[in-house]
Design a protein around this ligand. Structure first.
Ligand code: CDP
Ligand code: CDP
Length: 203
């Protein structure tokens, strides 16, 4: 069976949590496409050319923990605005979306660019304050030295870059179902997403 669940949205909206839960529940494969951009960003911070880093990227076995820092996140949104970086990461994502057995992918442009034909599209969002609070708590728990104000400023800067870029800007696909998780717990957000996907699976 070919069935793609496309989940897009801004930083710390809860799309990764929803994507993982849906993949587990449905038995689909999951790809966090943000990790691809973060991996390119980490190489760029080490001095490598981001386009070459994207062309040589091995998407298997990316070290999520090492890539989830504030510095890598900011650099990711910079390299993600380079058209040749996005082109280099296109084929691997398109192939993943249409793999046999079903796929859940989360990112910024899954429903608009990577897989416009996705059978289910979700746009997961939340207020900048709610998202910054979540991301702040995660970074503190991981032992990183950050402030809530700094995290909010970084979330806003990244939102502006991601939504304002010329190539594959962050925006909901016309046929995406929007889920605002500002006032939702994880279980409620996952149930809302699962209900949409199950309805599409039943069609
Ligand atoms: O993938 P994305 O950056 O959109 O967000 P995430 O990694 O799924 O979620 C960011 C943080 O918010 C995690 O620590 C989640 O546990 C938390 N979260 C939450 O508190 N309430 C939700 N409804 C969803 C996520
Ligand atoms: O988890 P969080 O939402 O904070 O970030 P992420 O999903 O790991 O993405 C990091 C950065 O990569 C984003 O700010 C985007 O600039 C970029 N990205 C993108 O352009 N397209 C995607 N499909 C996924 C991520």
């Amino acid at each position: 069976m070919i069935f793609t669940v496309a989940i897009d949205g801004p930083a710390a909206s809860g799309k990764g949590t929803i994507a993982k839960a849906l993949a587990r529940e449905l038995g689909f494969a999951h790809l966090d496409t943000g990790l691809l951009y973060r991996a390119v960003a980490a190489k760029s911070l080490e001095g490598q050319d981001p386009v070459e880093a994207a062309q040589g990227l091995d998407p298997g076995g990316l070290d999520g923990a090492r890539l989830r820092t504030a510095a890598v996140a900011q650099e990711a949104s910079r390299v993600a605005a380079i058209p040749a970086v996005r082109v280099a990461l296109l084929d691997v994502q398109k192939a993943f979306a249409r793999r046999e057995g079903g796929a859940v992918m989360d990112g910024r442009d899954i429903g608009t660019v990577i897989c416009p034909e996705a059978e289910a599209k979700l746009f997961v969002t939340a207020s900048a304050e709610a998202r910054a609070g979540r991301r702040y708590r995660e970074l503190v728990a991981a032992g990183q030295e950050v402030t809530l104000e700094g995290t909010l400023a970084e979330v806003r800067a990244r939102d502006a870059r991601d939504a304002g870029r010329d190539v594959a800007p962050l925006r909901p696909a016309g046929d995406a179902v929007v889920i605002d998780t500002s006032g939702l717990g994880i279980e409620e957000a996952v149930s809302a997403a699962l209900a949409v996907v199950r309805e599409r699976l039943g069609r």
